[in-house]
Design a protein around this ligand. Sequence first.
Ligand SMILES: [Zn+2]
Length: 236
Amino acid sequence: MAAWSVAKLSVPFLEGNAQWSASMNTSHPGFLYNLSLAQAPPIVWIGCSDSRIPESVITDQLPGQIFTHRNIANQFQVKDNNAGAVVEYAVDHLNVSNIVIVGHTGCGGIKAVYDAVNFTSYISDHPDHTGCAHIVSTKPTDDPLNNFLIPITKLRQCLPANATNMDLTVANVQMQVQNVYKSSIFKKAWETTPGREMCVHGWLYDLSTGLLSSLGMTTCGNGKVTTDGNGKPKKV
Ligand SMILES: [Zn+2]
């Protein structure tokens, strides 16, 4: 892959932007100006930073439709103020009630965890999550990237020893769905507006086909009743 020189770096991006702006103003006159006045996105997208998954492009959406937070391996960690601020702003100030966690095939963050976990220390299968504190990774945890991957490392240790990379990918999405649903942000929203229905969805993006699919783990609630995607009561 060719390296970008500093002098040439801005050219394709700025020129591309100028072409895009001109095209938008031709095909959608007034759209960008009106959008500059306010936004009302229907969803929050929590996805991976991976360059191959630009959310508005792959969902064929115009600007203004997706409030976005992206990081390594599409995580919503409880103590992450960055992710928390994004969701809180969207829920409290933009009245967004649908949060989507988007995992993907071929995720570098998932692969790093999957490859790093030292199975010589693996105690046994832990379907009930007992013994999950015994985490050993062959990678050091004194840098930001590895620190950020610790929750997924722990999750890996909680899965059966023969779990696949895809098993971990899906389990990670499930963990983030639960993290958002059980967050203080949702609790506060329900205290402020009793009965407000809010949902967290889990999707998977396939890099090789460009297709998004639901993982069937949508969790909805109104502060009193929690249901799955079919409206059936669900224990979370
Ligand atoms: Zn990824």
